[in-house]
Design a protein around this ligand. Structure first.
Ligand code: HSE
Length: 331
């Protein structure tokens, strides 16, 4: 048995993603240790209510309501609470105490990304966020690392599974908007309050993150044009089909040049007509796809499950392995 050093991991949040991260980390600890060259010790899981019902049985002794005490002494902090506060405060505490941070919190990154990344840079820490866009689909690292030497012209993306599911039902099964939303809700694709998905807000947050990565600049989330799918009718879907198109909620980001010659970045979300010949037209159900047009690489499409607890946990654990390797390499 190899005597590995220990990397202490604090998990904040045990919802559908957090509980799967904890389960996989506890179940696959030995394999992950061999990949990293260090034992990943789950030091604790901060939750709002220790006695709440969970999809996954988690060891009672790991649960705590005291997130800040857990953060102190952790080498890596995984934030999966969602929302702006207290997630923002906890991430700042983690960075200031020298920990690297992993988060899947797209709303927080879209609204406060520049502040958090500046703080991370100042203290020499890293923030990993593969789970924030398109769940299990690797897209953050490809944009940040693999394509960093290329010039990205444009990204066309289906980054909201719920709305893709609804529009796909209407297109392929002839559902009305109301029936499609009802089915989406029954199958767990829609939240109790569907506004974030249906109104395009979730996709706009993800567009902000993709745009800032692809074009190496910070994007004002209020400058992202947003239109939801709520006004789309069965008649419009039908007319689009007859003309050879399908309606998809697209997040689009590209470089633009303003009339006065200044360069900028456009990010927008709206229901768009997509030719049936385009690969994005074949993205069915709750799946996501990110279609990247790059100068040297040409067109690339990243496709797969864009939501789901265990799928999103895969992205978080990938970030955890990266962060732990960095920790081990740094001594
Ligand atoms: N509500 C989101 C979606 C969940 O439907 O894509 C994943 O961010």
């Amino acid at each position: 048995m190899i005597d590995y050093r220990t990397v202490r991991v604090a998990l904040l949040g045990a919802g559908s993603v957090g509980s799967q991260v904890a389960r996989l980390l506890l179940a696959n600890g030995d394999e992950l240790a061999a990949r990293v060259g260090a034992k990943l010790e789950l030091a604790g899981i901060a939750v709002r209510n220790v006695d709440a019902e969970r999809d996954v049985d988690l060891p009672r002794e790991l649960l705590t309501t005291d997130a800040e005490s857990l953060i102190v002494g952790a080498d890596i902090v995984i934030e999966l609470m969602g929302g702006i506060e207290p997630a923002r405060t906890h991430i700042l505490s983690a960075l200031n105490s020298g920990a690297d941070v992993i988060t899947g919190n797209k709303a927080l990154l879209a609204a406060h990304g520049p502040e958090l990344f500046a703080q991370a840079e100042q203290v020499g820490a890293e923030i990993y966020y593969e789970a924030a866009v398109a769940a299990a689909i690797p897209i953050i690292r490809p944009l940040r690392d693999s394509l960093a030497g290329d010039n990205i012209h444009r990204i066309l993306a289906i980054v909201n599974g719920s709305t893709n599911f609804i529009l796909d039902r209407m297109d392929r099964f002839g559902d009305s908007m109301e029936d499609a939303q009802k089915t989406a809700f029954e199958l767990g694709f829609l939240e109790a309050d569907p506004t974030l998905d249906v109104g395009g807000y979730d996709a706009a947050q993800k567009a902000t993150i993709l745009a800032s990565l692809a074009f190496h600049s910070s994007i004002d989330p209020d400058g992202v044009y947003r239109e939801g799918i709520d006004t789309i009718t069965a008649e419009q879907i039908d007319a689009a089909r007859k003309a050879g198109y399908v309606i998809k909620l697209l997040a689009i980001t590209e470089r633009i040049t303003a009339e006065d010659g200044t360069a900028g970045v456009s990010a927008r979300v709206y229901p768009a007509l997509v030719s049936r010949e385009h690969p994005l037209a074949a993205v069915h159900g709750g799946n996501n796809a990110v279609f990247v047009e790059a100068e040297a690489a040409g067109p690339l499409m990243f496709y797969g499950a864009g939501a789901g607890g265990v799928q999103t946990a895969s992205a978080v654990l990938g970030d955890l392995v990266s962060a732990a390797r960095r920790h081990v390499a740094g001594g």
